[in-house]
Design a protein around this ligand. Structure first.
Ligand SMILES: [Zn+2]
Length: 305
């Protein structure tokens, strides 16, 4: 039997990508079920069409292929299956392939952590888009995972400054890695909590969801303090660009409605409305993006900065 080590880089990425497709299919289930009270991820065992409750057969559940074969519709009621289902599968496959391609075959432990975290970030992203919340399974999961990883796999902090200083040039030890983890958790959780606290004092409304605080706290434990700041910077930059684009979009829709109805509404008032509506964007997806980039490609990010 051919082992993981003998596979070429391309083949290893392909294997990870194919596993990613099936995991993505499972993540779709998690994204749908985690925020709902009446179901859990493992119960009921089989998925059903949300529209006609018809049980989905195994051959209707093959990632991407089934969606294409069914032309994006439920075989029972012709309900349109959102294109997000195959998208999540392809996204997970792409992320897993990319992560596998970036690590040496001996780093399979680290790869396992990367794959697990990437899967969690995909779930956090889409649940936050849907429900404006980040499931505790992901955020608290990260907070529990980070110290365990530091103890079992200290090399995850090979690029964390504080862990390197404490190891004096030797390979990163358990305790330096744990210190880096705790410092990263304090950085991630502390900064977002501080921003939230300040925002509430300044604007009198919730400025930062506690889910975001918990998510960056857990991620900070894996990224270390520097990586956490980089992830937050990436998240803020992308979120600002998307936020502005969203306000422009809402403004555009509002203005074309004004023109269609020949209503007498000033541009300034439309802009006010657009700013208020456009502001309601979840931050979790951008945090997840920043965390994922720094986790998998930290060295490239650092060179870029
Ligand atoms: Zn149906």
């Amino acid at each position: 039997m051919i082992g993981w080590y003998e596979l070429s880089d391309t083949l290893r990425a392909t294997v990870a990508g194919i596993f990613g497709l099936f995991v993505g299919s499972f993540l779709n289930v998690a994204i749908y079920r985690l925020p709902r009270e009446d179901v859990t991820v493992s119960n009921p065992k089989r998925s059903a069409c949300p529209n006609c409750k018809r049980q989905i057969r195994w051959y209707e559940n093959v990632p991407v292929v089934s969606w294409l074969a069914l032309r994006g519709r439920c075989a029972g009621c012709r309900w349109k299956i959102p294109w997000r289902y195959p998208l999540v599968e392809l996204l997970t496959a792409g992320l897993w392939a990319f992560a596998a391609a970036r690590l040496a075959p001996e780093q399979w432990g680290l790869l396992g952590v990367h794959l697990l975290v990437l899967a969690g970030l995909v779930v956090a992203t889409f649940v936050d888009f849907d429900c404006f919340e980040i499931p505790d399974e992901v955020s608290i999961g990260g907070i529990v995972l980070a110290p365990l990883v530091a103890l079992l796999l200290p090399e995850i902090h090979a690029d964390t400054w504080i862990a390197r200083e404490l190891s004096h040039g030797a390979p990163i030890g358990r305790w330096p890695a744990l210190v880096a983890t705790l410092a990263g958790m304090a950085t991630g959780g502390g900064i977002l909590w501080g921003i939230g606290w300040l925002g509430e004092r300044l604007y009198g409304r919730e400025a930062m969801g506690f889910g975001d605080v918990k998510l960056l706290c857990g991620a900070g434990g894996l990224l270390g303090p520097g990586g956490t700041l980089a992830a937050l910077l990436v998240a803020s930059l992308v979120a600002s660009v998307v936020g502005v684009a969203n306000i422009v979009r809402v403004l555009f829709v509002a203005r074309s409605r004004v023109r269609r109805r020949r209503a007498n509404r000033s541009f300034g008032r439309s802009f006010q409305t657009a700013r208020i509506i456009g502001r309601y964007l979840p931050f979790g997806p951008y945090l997840a993006l920043g965390i994922g980039i720094v986790l998998v490609a930290w060295n490239d990010v650092r060179a870029w900065f």
